[in-house]
Design a protein around this ligand. Structure first.
Ligand code: PLP
Ligand code: COI
Length: 355
């Protein structure tokens, strides 16, 4: 059946899969909703986006995504409040970052209306799929890649922009134990670290696998030049609390400008927590762990929300973090999720209604 929503054409599924889904036991990103948004770039312009049943994509074997990794993505969530109303969180920030990533990967910029109208039409259509269970949400994955053909190592002439959604529970099941990386690098100056390029993640899998074999769930990346300063984790920015000061590394060419990161900084400042955005050396971290002033570490990201770190490994030694009362991680997680799920006033104007 063909309809339209927000001027976006919709081809609806005949039979929904929603009744097969166990909403009480959702893992992260492994079941997908009935529909997806698809938009093609050809002949030098983006075509009108449309919503179609969720389905495989057919591509020519020479499509440049397969050979040269011209691919970017975003990660967002839709939240359902107690009254069943659905909200997004700072979606325009994701849109802006998407185009920043696109520019760096020589992918044609997407018009704002294609992203926002398409996103709102899709989430509206899939609103029954937004879970209401505590800690669950609809994870939204916009992505864009080179579908155009050719073995020539140059930008493609055709692209696809797709949004797929997955009702999801938490990304990590408990506290996260991390390894501070001393050999491999995630990003370098002048590189693509600040973009959400697919290859940034592929490049992390091997060092992360080595870390997992030693019992760590995530790698904390250090600067590629000296490996002396902590930067971010595989899928989140990193915060450190020494005494009562909350710190995080400044963004750069090498670090993703996380939307959760900047929201946490704003909330912490608003709560009167002292914050510092500055380089944090591994030496300082080890010293603080040894003298008891290292109170907390946590990761922050859309998928991970606020994920406490239980300890870190460095130079063959493990450093455990203490259990603290009134943890900043707990307080900040409550504040940010209260805004996201419409349980508290949103003085920053971050909540965005889906209607
Ligand atoms: N850093 C990396 C490498 C990420 O993949 C993510 C996830 O998106 C983040 C940080 C956190 O960014 P955001 O809070 O915008 O989701
Ligand atoms: C997100 O937090 O949305 C991300 O993109 C992280 C992802 C690698 C799971």
């Amino acid at each position: 059946m063909e309809t339209t929503l927000n001027n976006v054409a919709i081809e609806k599924v005949k039979n929904s899969k929603i009744h097969d889904v166990d909403f009480d036991n959702l893992s992260f990103g492994s079941v997908y909703t009935d529909h997806m948004l698809v938009c093609d770039y050809k002949d030098g312009k983006w075509m009108a986006p449309k919503i179609v049943p969720y389905q495989p994509i057919t591509l020519d074997p020479s499509a440049k995504i397969f050979h040269y990794g011209q691919s970017i993505f975003e990660g967002m969530k839709a939240y359902k409040d107690e009254d069943g109303k659905v909200w997004l969180f700072r979606p325009l920030e994701n849109f802006k970052r998407f185009n920043k990533s696109a520019e760096r990967l020589a992918i044609p910029e997407l018009p704002e209306s294609h992203f926002m109208d398409g996103l709102l039409a899709l989430i509206n259509l899939e609103s029954d799929w937004v879970p209401q269970n505590p800690g669950s949400s609809l994870y939204i994955r916009p992505f864009m890649f080179a579908s155009g053909k050719g073995f020539h190592a140059s930008p493609a002439n055709e692209y696809k922009f797709i949004i797929a959604c997955a009702p999801s529970g938490s990304y990590f099941s408990g506290k996260v134990k991390v390894l501070i990386e001393e050999t491999y690098s995630r990003a370098a100056n002048g590189g693509v670290g600040y973009a959400k390029a697919g290859g940034n993640y592929a490049g992390q899998f091997y060092p992360t696998k080595l870390a997992a074999e030693k019992g760590y769930q995530q790698v904390i990346w250090t600067d590629d030049n000296t490996h002396e300063f902590i930067e971010e984790a595989g899928a989140m920015n990193v915060f450190v609390r020494i005494n009562d000061t909350l710190m995080t590394a400044p963004t750069s060419d090498r670090i993703l400008d996380g939307i959760t990161r900047k929201s946490i900084l704003d909330i912490a400042n608003d709560m009167g927590i002292k914050t510092e955005v500055r380089k944090i050396s591994v030496h300082e971290l080890v010293e603080a762990a040894n003298n008891g002033t290292l109170k907390e570490m946590f990761g922050a990201g859309t998928a991970a929300v606020v994920s406490p770190i239980s300890g870190f490994g460095y130079h063959g030694k493990d450093y455990e973090l203490p259990e603290v009362t009134n943890s900043y991680a707990d307080q900040l997680k409550k504040r940010i999720t209260d805004i996201q799920y419409n349980r508290a006033e949103d003085k920053f104007g971050w909540r965005y209604p889906v209607e």
